[in-house]
Design a protein around this ligand. Structure first.
Ligand SMILES: Cc1cc2nc3c(=O)[nH]c(=O)nc-3n(C[C@H](O)[C@H](O)[C@H](O)COP(=O)(O)OP(=O)(O)OC[C@H]3O[C@@H](n4cnc5c(N)ncnc54)[C@H](O)[C@@H]3O)c2cc1C
Length: 449
């Protein structure tokens, strides 16, 4: 059996490969960030005939794709709809009416095939590596120069004689930087250096910002770009005194309803799985709720969404005695959750927020907890686990039809670098691919015009 490569050996190999990548002195399109949207933009620009260089901070391009969809990459959704995004007007104008066809056509041309689970699309291999590999192969075929271990950190200067040329102020993270990942300095020593001793990076006629959740604040301040503050979304939610905190790790299929603190009626509901955590809830439902919920809002979980109240009452208290038999919910919900609900019902537990409907009897209390378990939101939990960040480059300064900056026609942006985020289900990657196509194609046309 082939011996598995150690992490250290892999890093060494990747560092050597990165250092061996030679970048030309200038190119038509420079893409900053070689993730989902950046690789797509680079492929589309190169296939338009432009010479393209991708600068990627990581040791390889496309690594961000590997963790998606629990390693399976839920790369799109058959019901792509701008209303699933925080900026429907901008997303709708950028993606057009053939959005899904465009994304599937792009992957068909990458020789990838897919499968459907519910509304979600995955590669037929059910492996995120497939998605990354087909992108890298197509980028290579198109002649894209992928330059990993190059963190773009410099300012962009606009030379009047060559609008869009990136000056040698574009440079590498200095060796003594505290945040520098191990190994980066080694690469810096092996890269060709310019006269100021900094690794040499090419000039470009057009630049595509595709750095994902990283805002590149130095670029923004240098160019006067308007930024929306970043915050994590698609993440677990911390709740005040969660009554099910003892059930850390248990899962339940629920219908969750969100009521804003200032409102009496739910504004959003979603059906799916929640994972109870000691601090609150996680799982896809909580991820989608995190895009809408703020501190003080109320989430009510219907733990038996397939039975209505009267059907459930029949199970809990068939003789309307006001009490219930222990274990009466065991056949419909996880028995350890049912046991906890019974305890809470006996104590007539309710959150302060929810004084409206304090139940009278033990059976009414159990029914209420099973159908409307109340949780008061504290805020995002474990932000490092967030799948997406909201915020970034304000969309208003970009033309949605080309994703070109309205005043800097050589500057383009795509993917999460822009202030665009969406629900779970393949919507975020669908935006990354399509916005990459739009920005890459338009950047190449500008550079070659
Ligand atoms: C765990 C996890 C699971 C997910 N699962 C899904 C899913 O199944 N379906 C879905 O639709 N979405 C999913 N997402 C969201 C999805 O991955 C992102 O929306 C998408 O990758 C955004 O693409 P992007 O190109 O904008 O950014 P990224 O793919 O993050 O790429 C940005 C790239 O830029 C590089 N970079 C950053 N700064 C610099 C710099 N200064 N210089 C050079 N390079 C730089 C980064 O290293 C990175 O490679 C998931 C996210 C996470 C974290």
């Amino acid at each position: 059996m082939a011996k598995r490569e150690s992490r250290a050996a892999q890093r060494e190999r990747l560092l050597r490969a990165a250092a061996a990548v030679e970048t030309p002195s200038d190119c038509d399109v420079m893409v900053i960030g070689g993730g989902a949207s950046g690789l797509t933009a680079a492929i589309c620009a190169a296939e338009e005939g432009a010479s393209v260089v991708v600068l990627e901070r990581d040791l390889e391009c496309g690594r961000s794709i590997l963790a998606t969809g629990n390693g399976r990459c839920n790369f799109a959704n058959v019901h792509l709809d701008p209303r699933r995004y925080n900026d429907p007007a901008f997303v709708g104008a950028a993606c057009g009416t053939r959005w899904l066809d465009d994304v599937l056509g792009f992957f068909r041309d990458c020789n990838m095939r897919w499968i459907l689970e519910d509304d979600r699309l995955y590669p037929m291999s059910r492996q995120a590596t497939s998605v990354r590999n087909v992108l890298l192969a197509r980028a290579r075929r198109a002649g894209v120069i992928m330059a990993p271990a190059r963190e773009f950190q410099g300012a962009i200067w606009i030379k009047p004689e060559w609008l869009g040329k990136i000056d040698d102020a574009v440079h590498y993270r200095p060796e003594n930087s505290t945040t520098q990942p191990a190994g980066m300095a080694e690469v810096a020593h092996t890269l060709p250096l310019d006269e100021s001793g900094l690794p040499y990076l090419p000039g470009a006629r057009a630049v595509v910002l595709a750095s994902g959740g990283e805002t590149l604040p130095f670029v923004a301040s240098e160019l006067g770009l308007s930024l929306v503050e970043r915050r994590p979304v698609l993440c677990p939610l911390a709740c005040e005194d969660s009554p099910l905190s003892a059930l850390d790790g248990r899962r339940a299929h629920v219908l969750a309803r969100l009521t804003k603190a200032e409102s009496l009626f739910p504004s959003y509901q979603e059906r799916g799985e929640v994972l109870f955590r000691s601090y609150g809830i996680s799982g896809i439902v909580s991820f989608d709720l995190s895009r809408r919920a703020e501190a003080g809002d109320l989430i009510e979980l219907d733990l038996v969404p397939d039975l209505n109240e009267s059907q459930l009452r029949q199970l809990v208290d068939p003789f309307a005695s006001g009490s219930f038999e222990p274990g009466c919910l065991d056949g419909v919900i996880d028995p350890s959750i049912a046991e906890q609900l019974e305890l809470l019902a006996k104590q007539r537990w309710c959150v302060a927020w929810d004084e409206r409907k304090e139940p009278q009897s033990a059976s009414e209390a159990l029914l209420a907890l099973a159908k409307r378990l109340p949780l008061v939101v504290k805020g995002p939990a474990e932000p490092e686990k967030a799948q997406v960040t909201r915020g970034g480059l304000a969309t208003g300064q970009f033309d949605p039809e080309t994703l070109a900056h309205r005043e800097l026609p050589w500057l383009y942006a795509c993917g999460e670098a822009l202030d665009v985020d969406a629900d779970c289900g393949g919507f975020n990657l669908a935006w990354a691919w399509k916005s990459g196509m739009v920005a890459g194609t338009a950047a190449a046309r500008w550079a070659l015009s």
